[in-house]
Design a protein around this ligand. Structure first.
Ligand code: SF4
Length: 73
């Protein structure tokens, strides 16, 4: 596949997207995220610019080390 090397680097999480008419409190990914904590279920994470033009909203963003370990599974 032409873009196989790119697709292999995308992490996926199990479960279904949240009901946007009745979203969970806090981070919308809390019910599906293996790293979710109590804080995630209570407070929505703010958008933070991590590098020029790249933003994330997560209380516990993956470090490069954790990301690489996840890709090995
Ligand atoms: S804030 Fe980050 S760690 Fe917490 S549930 Fe959302 S995506 Fe997962």
């Amino acid at each position: 596949m032409l873009f196989a090397h790119l697709v292999a680097d995308i992490l996926t999480i199990p479960g279904e997207p949240p009901n946007l008419l009745n979203p969970p409190t806090g981070c919308r990914f809390t019910p599906r995220c293996p790293w979710a904590t109590e804080k995630c279920s209570v407070e929505e994470p703010p958008y933070v610019e991590v590098e020029s033009g790249h933003y994330l909203a997560c209380w516990h963003p993956l470090t490069e080390e954790v990301r690489q370990n996840e890709l090995r599974k």
